[in-house]
Design a protein around this ligand. Sequence first.
Ligand SMILES: Cc1cc2nc3c(=O)[nH]c(=O)nc-3n(C[C@H](O)[C@H](O)[C@H](O)COP(=O)(O)OP(=O)(O)OC[C@H]3O[C@@H](n4cnc5c(N)ncnc54)[C@H](O)[C@@H]3O)c2cc1C
Length: 514
Amino acid sequence: MSPTRRDFIKYVVAGSIASGCPIDHALVAEPAGAGSSPMVEGEHFNVCHQVRDGHSFPKPDATRKADIVIVGGGVAGLSAAYFLKGKDWLLLEKEDHFGGNAYQEDYDGHIFGTGAAYGYRGDAGDQLAKEIGLHLPLISMPDPVIDNGKYAPDIWRTGINDLPYTKDVVASFKKYRDDIMKIDFKKNAAQLDTEPFTKYLAGYAPEIMKFWDAYGPSNWGAFSEDTSALIGIADSQYLIQGLDDQRVILPGGLGCITHKLVEVLKPQHAEQMLNDATVVAVMPDKDEVCVTYAQGDKITTVAAKVVLMCTAKYITARLVAGLPGEQKQAMRRMRYAPYPMVNLIFDKPVYRKGYDNWCPGKRFTDFIVADWTIRNNPGYKPKYNILTFYTPLRESERSILLNEDDCKVLAAKVLKDFQGLLPEFNVDPVEVRLYRRGHPMFMAVPEQFTKNRMTASQPMERVFFGNSDSGGPESLTSEAVRISQAGAEWANLVLAGKPGAAELAHKALTEALL
Ligand SMILES: Cc1cc2nc3c(=O)[nH]c(=O)nc-3n(C[C@H](O)[C@H](O)[C@H](O)COP(=O)(O)OP(=O)(O)OC[C@H]3O[C@@H](n4cnc5c(N)ncnc54)[C@H](O)[C@@H]3O)c2cc1C
């Protein structure tokens, strides 16, 4: 049998499942019990068992000083560095690139996203983008659904009658829409945040739950049964009211902002921005905080006056010594979804009809057109049509990401499901790229937004807790930026010995978007 083109599709697996594993432990681990350095634990799934099971790390004396150490070079860490331009900071990032969950890649000059997709006109990310010289165009299109072999536009408003379902199901969608709009979620936020979203989906057609079981995991990492009713209802009203018309982006998703931040910061601050620098311990003391990191085969401790922790809380809880018990528990209570992304690269036009296309019940939840906002630019003649597939997994499926072959199988299922959606999609890509992340998105579970987050993110005297998981109500790049802006102001107050730092941090937490 002669090989078909399908046999030659190239699968590329990138990204690291071991985001919770702070280090190549073989490098520096010393036997448990040797010295009093803090323990560093790894993920719950196989990767860092040895570390998790009891190795601790040597902690050499400080040989370097910095006023501010920023731990983690995602959008939170990079924007903190930007807001502290001209100050004595050191940014430590464990990967060989900056960007974290907002990271863009390119294929033969065609840029696509591997994580965060879009922001909103005027939000903190958009404002920062503008300040650093990026104009993010409006997406200008409500989301369609592709289900039962049909394409249906603007499903919550003008297109609700054209949903690819029976009359009864369409009537149920309309009833859900009317009922949900009657709820005052702002007034009842505290109560709604204790309830599961499923309570408000009961009694309607199952297709409605099927929609939210795509939309929820994609946007806030949780299926309906794990979602706070507050978040489900707030997002329902947001879609029904058409507030999604303020969405903005460039190719690369929100990786376009981190890419540009690196470009802006590097010329003057290259020596303050370390890659492959994995922090293994953060030890606050009265007058300073010792931050120990491994880079290559070298372990270094830097003495900082203040530290901005821009890592997710499940990592932060393992790094920072002396956390109050309740705060450490709150950090560890946070749940994170395993969330790979699959990019299908076609060398012919396949689909550019809708920006964010919902496909309930498939191996992926939705897919976006990578070059959507530039597709009509004069003179734009793309060689490739890149489609980005959102593929959030259940927590119980996280181990799929540990094995490269399992990742390829997952990517092949995404391709198969896509090709089965509409007859015109039965085209083979030239390449399939899967970017894996083990814990990239905190889940908007009950009480995370109104309670748990507030306990987890209280600053210590010299340590500020940033990262988008300090904000909410879902994982948002704009929240990472907004909280980092507050973190930079907090650092300036502490360094200057001025009062008000704790109040400022508290205000930033309470101002999280809803
Ligand atoms: C698939 C997907 C789609 C998304 N879509 C959107 C969207 O459309 N809009 C939106 O606003 N948001 C979206 N988000 C959320 C958004 O990506 C995040 O909220 C945001 O990128 C988080 O940035 P951060 O800097 O707070 O954290 P992170 O991106 O987690 O950055 C933390 C950094 O710390 C580093 N690090 C970890 N441990 C250590 C250590 N020990 N030492 C040193 N460095 C360390 C990590 O490598 C990482 O670079 C999406 C997320 C995902 C996963």
